[in-house]
Design a protein around this ligand. Structure first.
Ligand code: SF4
Ligand code: SF4
Length: 282
Protein backbone atom coordinates (compact mmCIF):
# COMPACT_ATOMS: atom_id res chain seq x y z
CA UNK A 1 0.00 0.00 0.00
CA UNK A 2 1.24 3.49 -0.82
CA UNK A 3 1.76 6.28 1.69
CA UNK A 4 -1.72 7.73 0.98
CA UNK A 5 -3.41 4.36 1.65
CA UNK A 6 -1.98 4.48 5.15
CA UNK A 7 -2.71 8.18 5.69
CA UNK A 8 -6.04 8.53 3.90
CA UNK A 9 -7.39 5.01 3.40
CA UNK A 10 -6.94 3.25 6.76
CA UNK A 11 -4.66 0.72 5.07
CA UNK A 12 -6.97 0.17 2.09
CA UNK A 13 -6.80 1.76 -1.35
CA UNK A 14 -7.29 5.42 -0.49
CA UNK A 15 -8.84 6.30 -3.85
CA UNK A 16 -11.61 3.74 -3.33
CA UNK A 17 -12.74 5.39 -0.06
CA UNK A 18 -15.83 7.52 -0.63
CA UNK A 19 -14.89 9.99 2.11
CA UNK A 20 -12.06 11.25 -0.10
CA UNK A 21 -14.61 12.45 -2.65
CA UNK A 22 -16.96 14.01 -0.08
CA UNK A 23 -18.72 17.19 -1.11
CA UNK A 24 -18.25 18.75 2.32
CA UNK A 25 -14.47 18.85 1.78
CA UNK A 26 -15.23 21.59 -0.73
CA UNK A 27 -16.48 23.88 2.00
CA UNK A 28 -12.81 24.45 2.91
CA UNK A 29 -12.07 27.90 1.51
CA UNK A 30 -8.38 27.17 0.95
CA UNK A 31 -9.28 24.17 -1.17
CA UNK A 32 -11.80 26.19 -3.17
CA UNK A 33 -9.21 28.89 -3.82
CA UNK A 34 -6.66 26.27 -4.85
CA UNK A 35 -9.05 24.67 -7.38
CA UNK A 36 -10.07 28.05 -8.77
CA UNK A 37 -6.45 29.10 -9.33
CA UNK A 38 -5.53 25.70 -10.74
CA UNK A 39 -8.07 25.83 -13.54
CA UNK A 40 -7.72 29.53 -14.19
CA UNK A 41 -3.96 29.43 -14.77
CA UNK A 42 -2.79 26.39 -16.78
CA UNK A 43 0.42 28.31 -17.52
CA UNK A 44 1.48 27.63 -13.90
CA UNK A 45 2.22 24.06 -14.97
CA UNK A 46 4.83 25.25 -17.44
CA UNK A 47 6.39 27.44 -14.74
CA UNK A 48 6.58 24.45 -12.40
CA UNK A 49 8.26 22.41 -15.12
CA UNK A 50 10.85 25.16 -15.60
CA UNK A 51 11.54 25.15 -11.86
CA UNK A 52 12.00 21.36 -11.88
CA UNK A 53 14.45 21.70 -14.77
CA UNK A 54 16.38 24.32 -12.77
CA UNK A 55 16.42 21.95 -9.79
CA UNK A 56 17.80 19.20 -12.03
CA UNK A 57 20.71 21.41 -13.04
CA UNK A 58 21.94 21.61 -9.43
CA UNK A 59 24.66 19.25 -8.18
CA UNK A 60 23.05 15.96 -7.17
CA UNK A 61 23.70 16.37 -3.43
CA UNK A 62 21.95 19.77 -3.46
CA UNK A 63 19.07 18.38 -5.48
CA UNK A 64 18.72 15.50 -3.00
CA UNK A 65 18.61 17.99 -0.13
CA UNK A 66 16.15 20.42 -1.71
CA UNK A 67 13.67 18.32 -3.72
CA UNK A 68 11.89 16.60 -0.76
CA UNK A 69 10.46 20.01 0.25
CA UNK A 70 8.61 20.92 -2.97
CA UNK A 71 7.58 17.27 -3.44
CA UNK A 72 6.17 17.30 0.11
CA UNK A 73 4.14 20.41 -0.73
CA UNK A 74 2.96 18.73 -3.93
CA UNK A 75 1.75 15.74 -1.89
CA UNK A 76 -0.32 18.07 0.24
CA UNK A 77 -1.76 20.03 -2.68
CA UNK A 78 -2.01 18.09 -5.92
CA UNK A 79 -0.73 14.55 -6.16
CA UNK A 80 -1.77 11.58 -8.25
CA UNK A 81 -1.69 7.84 -8.48
CA UNK A 82 -1.82 5.57 -11.50
CA UNK A 83 -4.96 3.38 -11.46
CA UNK A 84 -5.93 0.51 -13.76
CA UNK A 85 -9.25 0.48 -15.60
CA UNK A 86 -11.00 -1.83 -13.09
CA UNK A 87 -10.37 0.68 -10.31
CA UNK A 88 -11.51 3.54 -12.56
CA UNK A 89 -14.77 1.64 -13.04
CA UNK A 90 -15.05 1.05 -9.31
CA UNK A 91 -14.80 4.80 -8.66
CA UNK A 92 -17.27 5.64 -11.43
CA UNK A 93 -19.65 3.20 -9.75
CA UNK A 94 -19.99 5.14 -6.51
CA UNK A 95 -19.80 8.81 -7.58
CA UNK A 96 -23.07 10.55 -8.41
CA UNK A 97 -22.04 12.88 -11.19
CA UNK A 98 -19.34 12.75 -13.83
CA UNK A 99 -18.27 15.57 -16.13
CA UNK A 100 -15.75 15.51 -18.95
CA UNK A 101 -13.53 18.53 -19.03
CA UNK A 102 -10.57 19.82 -21.00
CA UNK A 103 -7.12 18.58 -20.01
CA UNK A 104 -5.18 21.39 -18.38
CA UNK A 105 -1.80 19.85 -19.35
CA UNK A 106 -2.71 19.57 -23.00
CA UNK A 107 -4.04 23.12 -22.86
CA UNK A 108 -0.74 24.35 -21.44
CA UNK A 109 1.38 22.26 -23.82
CA UNK A 110 -0.55 22.35 -27.05
CA UNK A 111 -2.63 25.50 -26.57
CA UNK A 112 -5.79 23.68 -27.58
CA UNK A 113 -8.79 22.23 -25.81
CA UNK A 114 -8.68 18.44 -25.60
CA UNK A 115 -11.19 16.60 -23.45
CA UNK A 116 -9.32 13.82 -21.72
CA UNK A 117 -10.16 14.49 -18.05
CA UNK A 118 -13.13 13.52 -15.89
CA UNK A 119 -14.31 15.32 -12.78
CA UNK A 120 -16.50 13.65 -10.15
CA UNK A 121 -18.84 14.54 -7.40
CA UNK A 122 -20.77 12.59 -4.80
CA UNK A 123 -23.82 14.76 -5.52
CA UNK A 124 -25.73 15.30 -8.80
CA UNK A 125 -24.05 17.64 -11.27
CA UNK A 126 -26.42 20.55 -10.70
CA UNK A 127 -25.53 20.55 -6.98
CA UNK A 128 -21.81 19.89 -7.41
CA UNK A 129 -19.64 22.62 -5.90
CA UNK A 130 -16.72 21.33 -7.96
CA UNK A 131 -18.65 21.90 -11.20
CA UNK A 132 -19.66 25.40 -10.08
CA UNK A 133 -16.10 26.17 -9.06
CA UNK A 134 -14.56 25.07 -12.33
CA UNK A 135 -17.22 26.78 -14.43
CA UNK A 136 -16.85 29.97 -12.39
CA UNK A 137 -13.16 30.18 -13.37
CA UNK A 138 -14.28 31.52 -16.72
CA UNK A 139 -11.04 30.13 -18.18
CA UNK A 140 -11.05 30.56 -21.95
CA UNK A 141 -10.34 26.92 -22.64
CA UNK A 142 -13.47 25.86 -20.72
CA UNK A 143 -15.74 27.57 -23.22
CA UNK A 144 -14.24 26.90 -26.59
CA UNK A 145 -14.08 25.65 -29.26
CA UNK A 146 -16.85 23.39 -27.97
CA UNK A 147 -19.12 25.78 -26.09
CA UNK A 148 -20.82 23.13 -23.99
CA UNK A 149 -18.30 23.76 -21.18
CA UNK A 150 -18.20 20.75 -18.89
CA UNK A 151 -20.11 17.81 -20.36
CA UNK A 152 -22.17 15.73 -17.95
CA UNK A 153 -21.88 12.02 -18.74
CA UNK A 154 -23.61 8.90 -17.50
CA UNK A 155 -21.47 6.22 -15.87
CA UNK A 156 -21.71 4.00 -18.96
CA UNK A 157 -20.72 6.84 -21.28
CA UNK A 158 -17.75 7.68 -19.09
CA UNK A 159 -16.63 4.03 -18.89
CA UNK A 160 -16.91 3.64 -22.68
CA UNK A 161 -14.94 6.83 -23.29
CA UNK A 162 -12.21 5.98 -20.81
CA UNK A 163 -11.93 2.44 -22.19
CA UNK A 164 -11.55 4.03 -25.64
CA UNK A 165 -8.73 6.22 -24.32
CA UNK A 166 -7.06 3.13 -22.87
CA UNK A 167 -7.14 1.54 -26.33
CA UNK A 168 -5.33 4.63 -27.60
CA UNK A 169 -2.66 3.99 -24.96
CA UNK A 170 -3.66 6.52 -22.30
CA UNK A 171 -2.69 5.81 -18.69
CA UNK A 172 -5.33 6.58 -16.02
CA UNK A 173 -4.58 8.42 -12.78
CA UNK A 174 -6.56 9.94 -9.89
CA UNK A 175 -5.68 13.44 -8.64
CA UNK A 176 -6.11 15.30 -5.40
CA UNK A 177 -6.98 18.96 -4.96
CA UNK A 178 -5.61 19.63 -1.49
CA UNK A 179 -5.14 16.04 -0.40
CA UNK A 180 -7.07 13.89 0.40
CA UNK A 181 -9.92 15.33 -1.70
CA UNK A 182 -9.97 13.58 -5.08
CA UNK A 183 -11.46 15.68 -7.86
CA UNK A 184 -11.02 13.55 -10.94
CA UNK A 185 -9.27 11.13 -13.24
CA UNK A 186 -6.82 12.02 -16.01
CA UNK A 187 -5.99 9.94 -19.06
CA UNK A 188 -2.44 10.68 -20.03
CA UNK A 189 0.42 10.09 -22.34
CA UNK A 190 3.98 10.93 -21.63
CA UNK A 191 4.44 13.52 -24.35
CA UNK A 192 1.61 15.79 -23.17
CA UNK A 193 1.13 15.04 -19.46
CA UNK A 194 3.24 17.31 -17.26
CA UNK A 195 2.87 14.90 -14.33
CA UNK A 196 4.20 11.93 -16.29
CA UNK A 197 7.02 14.03 -17.70
CA UNK A 198 7.97 15.24 -14.22
CA UNK A 199 7.76 11.78 -12.67
CA UNK A 200 9.42 9.70 -15.38
CA UNK A 201 11.56 12.02 -17.47
CA UNK A 202 12.63 14.54 -14.83
CA UNK A 203 12.77 12.09 -11.92
CA UNK A 204 10.60 14.43 -9.82
CA UNK A 205 7.67 12.29 -8.58
CA UNK A 206 4.24 13.93 -8.51
CA UNK A 207 2.29 10.67 -8.74
CA UNK A 208 2.52 7.24 -7.14
CA UNK A 209 2.75 4.05 -9.11
CA UNK A 210 -0.37 1.88 -9.10
CA UNK A 211 -1.03 -0.64 -6.36
CA UNK A 212 -0.30 -3.28 -9.00
CA UNK A 213 2.48 -4.65 -11.17
CA UNK A 214 2.16 -6.34 -14.56
CA UNK A 215 3.16 -9.98 -14.83
CA UNK A 216 3.61 -12.12 -17.94
CA UNK A 217 2.43 -15.63 -18.60
CA UNK A 218 5.22 -16.67 -21.00
CA UNK A 219 3.23 -19.67 -22.21
CA UNK A 220 0.67 -17.33 -23.78
CA UNK A 221 3.07 -14.74 -25.20
CA UNK A 222 3.82 -15.00 -28.92
CA UNK A 223 6.38 -12.19 -28.96
CA UNK A 224 4.37 -9.80 -31.12
CA UNK A 225 5.64 -6.83 -29.02
CA UNK A 226 2.41 -4.86 -29.27
CA UNK A 227 2.53 -4.34 -25.48
CA UNK A 228 6.01 -2.81 -25.74
CA UNK A 229 4.71 -0.16 -28.10
CA UNK A 230 2.17 1.11 -25.58
CA UNK A 231 4.17 0.96 -22.33
CA UNK A 232 4.97 4.58 -21.50
CA UNK A 233 7.20 3.73 -18.59
CA UNK A 234 9.97 1.82 -20.36
CA UNK A 235 9.19 -1.26 -18.29
CA UNK A 236 9.35 -3.83 -21.07
CA UNK A 237 12.11 -5.54 -22.96
CA UNK A 238 12.23 -8.30 -25.53
CA UNK A 239 14.21 -11.52 -25.40
CA UNK A 240 15.42 -12.65 -28.80
CA UNK A 241 16.49 -15.91 -27.15
CA UNK A 242 12.95 -17.08 -26.47
CA UNK A 243 10.92 -14.61 -28.56
CA UNK A 244 8.98 -13.25 -25.58
CA UNK A 245 8.75 -9.96 -23.80
CA UNK A 246 10.17 -9.33 -20.35
CA UNK A 247 8.54 -7.02 -17.78
CA UNK A 248 10.82 -5.20 -15.35
CA UNK A 249 8.81 -4.91 -12.10
CA UNK A 250 11.19 -2.20 -10.87
CA UNK A 251 10.05 0.08 -13.69
CA UNK A 252 6.44 -1.01 -14.04
CA UNK A 253 3.86 1.57 -12.90
CA UNK A 254 1.02 -0.97 -12.98
CA UNK A 255 -1.16 0.98 -15.38
CA UNK A 256 -2.40 -2.13 -17.21
CA UNK A 257 -2.24 -0.54 -20.66
CA UNK A 258 -0.05 -3.41 -21.92
CA UNK A 259 -2.67 -5.87 -20.68
CA UNK A 260 -5.44 -4.33 -22.73
CA UNK A 261 -3.25 -4.27 -25.86
CA UNK A 262 -2.47 -8.00 -25.64
CA UNK A 263 -4.76 -10.16 -27.74
CA UNK A 264 -3.36 -13.34 -26.13
CA UNK A 265 -4.30 -12.37 -22.54
CA UNK A 266 -0.69 -13.00 -21.60
CA UNK A 267 -0.46 -10.11 -19.11
CA UNK A 268 -2.19 -9.80 -15.73
CA UNK A 269 -1.89 -7.30 -12.89
CA UNK A 270 -0.75 -8.56 -9.50
CA UNK A 271 -0.80 -6.79 -6.15
CA UNK A 272 2.37 -4.75 -5.86
CA UNK A 273 2.79 -5.94 -2.27
CA UNK A 274 3.14 -9.53 -3.52
CA UNK A 275 5.92 -8.81 -6.02
CA UNK A 276 9.14 -8.67 -4.02
CA UNK A 277 11.11 -6.52 -6.46
CA UNK A 278 8.37 -3.88 -6.64
CA UNK A 279 6.67 -4.01 -3.25
CA UNK A 280 8.43 -0.95 -1.87
CA UNK A 281 8.68 1.07 -5.06
CA UNK A 282 6.23 3.92 -5.38
S1 SF4 B 1 1.18 -8.21 -26.67
FE1 SF4 B 1 0.90 -10.12 -25.55
S2 SF4 B 1 1.55 -11.72 -26.99
FE2 SF4 B 1 2.36 -9.78 -27.78
S3 SF4 B 1 4.45 -9.64 -26.89
FE3 SF4 B 1 3.07 -8.57 -25.48
S4 SF4 B 1 2.50 -10.15 -23.97
FE4 SF4 B 1 3.36 -11.22 -25.73
S1 SF4 C 1 4.57 -2.90 -18.14
FE1 SF4 C 1 2.37 -2.63 -18.54
S2 SF4 C 1 1.48 -2.15 -16.53
FE2 SF4 C 1 3.72 -1.86 -16.37
S3 SF4 C 1 4.01 0.31 -16.80
FE3 SF4 C 1 4.28 -0.78 -18.76
S4 SF4 C 1 2.22 -0.72 -19.70
FE4 SF4 C 1 1.95 -0.19 -17.54
Amino acid sequence: MCEFCHKHGEGKKWYLQTQNYAEDLLSDLRRRKFIHEFFLHPEHLLETEKQINMLNRLPSFMRAMISPFPIGIQKKEHYGQVVPIEDVEHVLGFVNSIVRLPCICRQANLGSEQRYCYGFSMVPDAESQMGHLVRSCGAEYLSGPNTSGLEALSRDEAVDNIRGLEKKGCCHSVWTFMTPFIGGICNCDRSDCMAMRATITLNYPVMFRAEYVAELNPDLCNGCRQCMRVCQFGAMGYSTANNKIIIDPRRCFGCGICRSSCTKDAITLSDRSEVALAANLW
